[in-house]
Ligand binder design. Structure first.
Ligand code: V47
Length: 375
C-alpha cells in the first residue's frame, strides 16, 4: 500500500459527509447508502454538527423537552426469553411479581402526592398467567383514580400478547384499552426489525410485522405511539439503517410517531455478558443520536434517554440532534436490571440545570408535546 492510500481514504470519507451536508442543506431525504456512510464515519463532531443542522433546518429551536413521569411495571413474569433482557423472570422464581390493578393505583396515588407527574409509563413482561380483563381493569382504575394523567402503557409486544390471551384482533384490543383510558403506546419491543437479528436475540418474540401492524392500527385509531431501536448487540450497520427506513416509511404513511428513542444495549446479567459483550461506548451512543436525527427526517423528537446514557452524555447529545431528555422517571427497572448505574429519578431542578448548562431552554411538556412550563 502506498503511504498516500490511507490519507485518500480519509479524504474520501470527508467528501462523503460533504455530499450528505449538501443534501441536508437542500432538505433532501437521505437514503440507505447515506445512512451507512454516516455510521461508518469517524468524524464524530462533524456528525453532531450535521445532525444539529438537520434539526434546525426542520424547524427545531433551542427548546429541550422533558415530561414529569412515573414508571410502573405491572409484572416481571414473561414467557419470552429475549437474550438481551435481564428483567424478565418465570412465575416460579423467587423475585417474580405481579401487581393487582388496585396495588398499582395505590402506588401511583402515593407517588402522585410526592411528584405530581403528568404521565404514567408502564410496561411489563408477557405473563401467561394474566388475562385480557386484567389489563383493561388496570387501565380503567388508573384512569378513574387520575383522570388528568396521560397513560402511556404497553409495548406492541404486550398488545400482541393480549390478542393471544383474548382471541381479539389488534384493533379490538386497542379500541377496548383506549375506551378504558389508554393515551399512547411506548416504543418498546421494536429491538431491531431484521429477521436475522430477531432470530438471534429474541427468537421467542413475534415477527416485526406485528410490531408494525400494532403501531399502524394505533395510529389509525388516533392513539399516538413512540418508537425505539435496541442497538449495540449483534446487529450490523446495514440492519440499523434498515430499521430507521422502515420507521420512516410508516411515519410517512400515518404521522403517528411522537418520538424516536435509541436504546443502548446493557449486557449485565444477560447471556451476552457471559459471552464477553461490553457496553456501548459514548461515541457510538452519540453517533446513534446524530444518525437517528439525520435519517428520521419526519419524526420531530429524538430522545437522549438519560437513564440509559447518563445526564452528562445526554447533555452532549443535545448538540447531536436530540431535543428531549425523556423525563423525571421515578423508578426504572429494565435498564437497571441490566447494569445501568444512573439514578432512577431526576428532580425537575436538576433536569433544568443540566439543560440550561448545555445552552438550551428547558421546557416541561405533557406526553403530546404541549408546553406546560418553561425556564
Ligand atoms: O423493548 C430490554 C429494551 C425496551 C435491555 O417509548 C433493553 O418513550 C438495553 O421501550 N439493555 C423497553 N435495552 C423500554 C422502552 C422505552 C424506554 C424509554 C422510553 C420509551 C418510550 C420506551 O427496553 C425493550 C428493549 O428494547 N431493553 N433489555 C437491555 N438489557
Amino acid at each position: 500500500m502506498s503511504p498516500v492510500e490511507p490519507l485518500m481514504a480519509v479524504v474520501d470519507r470527508i467528501g462523503a459527509l460533504d455530499a450528505i451536508r449538501e443534501k441536508v442543506e437542500a432538505n433532501e431525504r437521505l437514503d440507505f447508502e447515506d445512512g451507512l456512510e454516516l455510521l461508518e464515519s469517524n468524524d464524530l463532531l462533524g456528525l453532531g454538527d450535521l445532525a444539529d443542522l438537520a434539526r434546525r433546518k426542520r424547524g427545531g429551536s433551542d427548546e429541550v423537552y422533558f415530561v414529569q413521569n412515573l414508571y410502573l411495571n405491572q409484572t416481571n413474569v414473561c414467557r419470552v426469553k429475549c437474550k438481551f433482557c435481564a428483567f424478565a423472570v418465570t412465575q416460579k422464581q423467587s423475585d417474580a411479581y405481579t401487581f393487582t390493578a388496585e396495588q398499582l393505583v395505590e402506588d401511583a396515588l402515593r407517588q402522585r402526592e410526592l411528584t405530581g407527574f403528568t404521565e404514567i409509563h408502564m410496561v411489563g413482561g408477557e405473563s401467561p398467567h394474566l388475562d385480557f380483563d386484567y389489563y383493561v381493569e388496570v387501565v380503567r382504575l388508573l384512569k378513574q383514580a387520575m383522570p388528568q394523567v396521560h397513560l402511556k402503557l404497553f409495548t406492541a409486544s404486550e398488545i400482541h400478547h393480549m390478542t393471544k390471551l383474548s382471541g381479539l384482533s389488534h384493533e379490538e384490543v386497542l379500541v377496548e384499552l383506549k375506551s378504558a383510558g389508554l393515551g399512547s403506546l411506548p416504543g418498546g419491543g421494536a429491538e431491531v426489525f431484521a429477521d436475522r437479528v430477531r432470530r438471534l436475540v429474541a427468537p421467542g418474540k413475534e415477527h416485526s410485522d406485528f410490531w408494525f401492524h400494532t403501531h399502524r392500527t394505533a395510529h389509525r385509531l388516533g392513539i399516538p405511539t413512540h418508537c425505539t431501536m435496541l442497538y449495540g448487540h449483534v446487529e450490523t450497520y446495514e440492519e440499523r439503517v434498515d430499521h430507521w427506513l422502515r420507521l420512516r416509511d410508516l411515519q410517512d404513511e400515518t404521522g403517528g410517531f411522537l418520538a424516536f428513542i435509541p436504546l443502548a444495549f446493557h449486557p449485565e446479567n444477560t447471556v451476552f455478558e457471559r459471552r464477553g459483550w461490553r457496553h456501548t461506548t459514548g461515541s457510538d451512543d452519540l453517533k446513534m443520536i446524530a444518525v437517528s436525527r439525520l435519517m428520521l427526517d419526519n419524526i420531530q423528537n429524538i430522545k437522549a434517554y438519560w437513564i440509559m446514557m447518563g445526564m452528562p452524555l445526554a447533555q452532549v447529545a443535545l448538540h447531536f440532534g436530540a431535543n428531549d431528555v425523556q423525563g423525571t422517571v421515578v423508578r426504572e427497572q429494565i435498564f437497571h436490571a441490566a447494569g445501568a448505574r444512573t439514578e432512577t429519578e431526576q428532580k425537575i431542578g436538576e433536569l433544568v440545570r443540566f439543560v440550561t448548562d448545555a445552552g438550551r431552554i428547558p421546557v416541561q411538556r405533557d406526553t403530546l408535546y404541549n408546553e406546560l412550563r418553561r425556564w
